[in-house]
Design a protein around this ligand. Structure first.
Ligand code: AMP
Length: 407
């Protein structure tokens, strides 16, 4: 069965085509600068990057909207020179990443009018993500009309958070009337690494207890009890919790009111907290962990502080989740930083010595480039593992399952 996975952002469409017989990626790529934001070449056109086996294509394309971008992708997949598909009819299911499913989305679901309505309704809670997700779904459903399309919600795996974890201690009406609560994000990644961790630890998926950390540009942590999410660091929006590339994570909500009283507009504060805070805000140098580690090596104090704060916040959250879980089989690191950043992982392991982590430098050095494995020593009371995430494969698996069940 061939499954096409779509992850649609406001100005890009990422895609992967899977053969689900052996879970192999046949082709993958991205169309960037959808909507004519310019492609860095100053010509206002979009850019397609496509890989199939050993062939790579990079082309300037006309992608004024998501429908046009989708057409370009499907034309590329069926281009006789690339030779991946003879026709789009070979695709038996399409899986879509959808960021916000609200309270109704507890699992991946075949898309129909009701689901489209729910995605539209929840756009208010994820204004940057749900509208482009919807545009991608509509473009793909028009181009590949006769197969099931499946929505895989980022929020779904986190729908098991109990009220004590997902409610904020604010007037109850804010929840009942305005749906103010913690929803959480990155759920597909946390679900994937939970299943992989259970497998690698030799435990049934419904009895594994973990603290999973997705550390990329966006960062989040989930407490998992018996395979289910019971607490999570992101909130009603992806701003809460850990320190991220450009997002502040936790702060006193009164800071927002204070900055507004100082003459900042609501939009200024929103932009500052989402786009100019976090690693970038503290360092004033970069939002990228690789750059910051280099600056730190050169003795830049602000980079050193940003990295120190990043790790401190992580360790603090692990402590909190350790306290609320019945026991912890492992802490799992994933995402660009979790999978690759040796110095961050080293500091993290060292600082968790109080909870029983015994760092193993050789294991840390050898678990990079997509490899899964422990980075603590054999017998470490708190094992810490690196497990590369694969959200697209999770989406493809859900899609295959729903297609096989007849939609
Ligand atoms: P993601 O959003 O998952 O692609 O992760 C992006 C983050 O991962 C950025 O902060 C990158 O600097 C970081 N990252 C990726 N590769 C490395 C690496 N080799 N060393 C340190 N950080 C890395």
């Amino acid at each position: 069965m061939k499954v096409f996975v779509v992850n649609c952002g406001s100005s890009s469409i990422k895609y992967q085509l899977f053969s689900m017989t052996n879970e192999v990626v046949l082709a993958k790529g991205i169309v960037e600068r959808v909507g004519g934001g310019g492609n860095g070449n100053g010509n206002g056109r979009g850019r397609l990057m496509h890989t199939a086996g050993s062939s790579h294509i990079g082309l300037d394309v006309d992608a004024p909207n998501h429908t046009a971008a989708m057409r370009i992708i499907l034309d590329t997949l069926t281009d006789p020179k690339v030779g991946i598909l003879k026709s789009v009819d070979e695709i038996e299911g399409v899986g879509h990443r959808v960021v916000h499913g609200g309270e109704e989305a507890e699992k991946s679901t075949r898309i129909d009018e009701t689901i489209l309505d729910a995605i539209r309704r929840n756009a208010q809670l994820a204004p940057l993500h749900n509208p482009p997700n919807l545009a991608g779904i509509e473009a793909a459903m028009a181009a590949i009309p006769n197969v099931p399309h499946v929505a895989v919600f980022d929020t779904a795996f986190l729908s098991t958070l109990p009220p004590r974890a997902h409610r904020y201690a604010v007037p109850a009406e804010w929840y009942s009337k305005y749906r103010v609560r913690k929803y959480g994000f990155h759920g597909t990644s946390h679900r994937y690494v939970t299943l992989r961790a259970a497998d690698l630890l030799g435990k049934p998926a419904d009895s594994v207890n973990l603290i999973t950390c997705h550390l990329g540009n966006g960062c989040s942590m989930t407490a998992i009890a018996n395979g289910r999410a019971v607490d999570h660091s992101m909130g009603m929006t992806p701003l809460e919790g850990l320190i991220m590339g450009t997002r502040s994570g936790d702060l006193d909500p009164a800071v927002v009111l204070y900055m507004i009283s100082q003459g900042f507009s609501h939009q200024d504060v929103d932009k500052a907290l989402n786009k100019h805070s976090g690693l970038e805000g503290v360092s004033g140098l970069s939002n990228d962990m690789r750059d910051l580690l280099e600056y730190r090596e050169k003795g830049e104090k602000s980079a050193e502080l940003a990295v120190e704060m990043f790790v401190y916040r992580l360790v603090k959250y692990v402590g909190a989740y350790y306290a609320v879980l019945p026991n912890v089989d492992a802490v799992v690191l994933t995402g660009g930083i979790g999978e690759n950043s040796l110095p961050v992982r080293k500091m993290f392991c060292q600082q968790l010595a109080s909870l029983g982590a015994t760092p193993d430098e050789d294991r840390n050095l050898s678990t990079v480039g997509g490899k899964a494995g422990p980075i603590t020593a054999n017998g470490s009371r708190l094992p810490i593992w690196v497990i590369p995430t694969n959200e697209e494969l999770m989406i493809a698996r859900d899609t295959r399952r729903i297609v096989a069940q007849g939609g």
